[in-house]
Structure formats: C-alpha cells, structure tokens
Design a protein around this ligand. Sequence first.
Ligand SMILES: C[S@@+](CC[C@H](N)C(=O)[O-])C[C@H]1O[C@@H](n2cnc3c(N)ncnc32)[C@H](O)[C@@H]1O
Length: 328
Amino acid sequence: WSTVCCVISCAIKTSCWPMRRRITRHSNRHPPMTLRINCRHGSAESYVEVLQASGRGAKVLGGAAVRLDVPCNVRDLPGFAEGQVSVQDFGAQQAALRLDVADGMRVLDACAAPGGKSGHLLELADIELTALDIDATRLERVAENLSRLKLNATLAAADAAKPDSWWDGKPFDRILADVPCSASGVVRRNPDIKWLRRPEDFAALGLQQAAMLDALWPLLASGGKMLYATCSIMPEENQQQLDAFLKRHGDALSVSSSAITALPVAIVSPSVVCRKITSHAMRRLLLSAVLLAGRCWILRTGRRQSNSSCAAAYGWSWISASCRGRSS
Ligand SMILES: C[S@@+](CC[C@H](N)C(=O)[O-])C[C@H]1O[C@@H](n2cnc3c(N)ncnc32)[C@H](O)[C@@H]1O
C-alpha cells in the first residue's frame, strides 16, 4: 500500500497528468451525502424504502451505508432526531467495522470529536467506550451526537499523548487512533486546506502522530487491536508512519485485511480494476467508495500476545482521491 500512496503522491507532485486530472476532478466535485443507518434500528435496505416513500432517491452502498441522490438538511431525514441515521462518509464507516468490537469490550476512541466513529462503535456492540479528545468544545459535539443516538460513553477532554493524566491503568481491548492529520485526502469537503496547508506541516503532523501512537500502544491489552486512521493521502502520514512504528515496537505486527484491498486499486488504475473486477456495477461501487466517499486503508498495526502467538490485529489509514493545493 505504500506503493499506492507513492503513486498518488508522485501523481500529484509530478506531471502524471491522467492521475492528477483524476484526483483533481474528484476533489473539485461536490461531495455526496452518505448516511449510516443505525443497525440497532434497521437495515440500509429498509431505510432506503422509507426514503423512497418520502420521495427521496437513495441507494445502498454496502453495509449500513446509504447515499442520497440529492443532499438534504438532516432534519428532513426520517428518524434522524431519533438516532436511526447519521451522516458519515462511506470510507469513514469502514473504521469501526474493522475494529470488530464485541459486547463487553473496553474500547478507546482516542481522538473522538465530533463523535462519528464513537457513535458507530457503540451501535455495533455493547462496549465500554472511552471517547477522548483534547478539545473540550469539540467534545461537546460528541455528547450531542451520542445523546441523539441514545448511546453512552465516558467522555474525557484530555491529551491522548499523555495517558498519565487520564488513564485508569486498565488496558483497552480496542483502540481507535483517528489522529489529527493534514486532511489532504478530504480536500473536497474542506477546500480551505488547499490554501492553509504548508509543506512543513507534514513533518510536524508526522511527529505528533508518532508520539500519539507510541503513547497509546502500552494501553492496549495483549492480543488487542489498534486502528490507525488518517484522512491524508501522504505516505509520511500513512505507510511510512506504520513502517516506523513497527520498527520501534517489536511486539507489534501488521495484519492484512482482504475485504477492502480492491479499493486503492481503483484509485491507482482503472485498468487494473477492469482486469480484476469484471462487474461494471462493482467497479462503479469501488470507484465511488474511493473517489466520492474518500478514504481507503493503507496500514495496520497489531500486537503480539505475550505467549508469542500472533494476535489478529490491524490498523487503518485512509486516503481519498483528492489532493491539496495544486489541483484547483
Ligand atoms: C480526525 S478528527 C477525529 C474525528 C472523529 N474520530 C470522528 O470520527 O468523528 C481528530 C481529532 O483529534 C483531536 N486531537 C488532536 N490532538 C489530540 C490529542 N493530542 N489528544 C486527543 N485528541 C486530539 C482533534 O481535536 C480532533 O477532534
């Protein structure tokens, strides 16, 4: 997956026009409005029927994800106030799924605000969730979102890189590190990034991400799983970060997940997708997953069990087909 990142990065930095045009075109389009249907309330298919009955076109993207034909005010969505549905990109919906939480687990969402993934984790299983964010004001959004979903977590305004100040010493079975990043993969949703981001930001963010990962790692239970996620397309924040982490932590391992491996292929070369995926519908789905919703995985982290057998474990990083600065 570092190859994927390098290709994208090179495509942006060099004059690889087809790729650059592709990334540019999609980063300048209006993003779609994608919903996550709360699996405690019903399925994506049944919600699409409800939408259609109210005159709105929508389609199931897969799992709990539904894309509206035309974006609308959330207040107009049936069941929104009751927590039946949330707005969340298709790519972002993969994170909580990949953490494969189960009832009774102790889970940490280390960078939780505004709470999109916290809510999803809590919908998936009856877990004991700690939702942490350094920004107390943004943490209020987590409280609001969880209140609407009628789900509970322990909220803490604290620095994930300084667990001494907030950790009770009990290990977590799962940790989600959805770290602050350059957001170079979500330019379409945040166009100001093109003007605000500076080249020197990447190194600084990389150091911050590494410090956070190192600080969180000892909090993970033996055999636990930590998921690393960014919304950046930069190798420094993705594969290179993972490689460096694995070098620093001999008890960590990276485990691949086959479920989504086709997605980055869709970004890199449609011809590769054509070869591998004959179904046009499937090809379109994969392309939209990457190009419209953004984000796909790159890296994983895990942890060896103390008895030396390898724990199934992984982490994620996300990229999307948009680029910073040079595309507009
Ligand atoms: C990418 S956003 C998280 C999005 C969130 N996981 C979701 O799905 O809604 C990154 C978050 O990290 C928080 N953050 C930045 N530095 C932090 C730190 N040192 N400790 C904890 N949170 C931090 C930011 O305030 C921001 O809310």
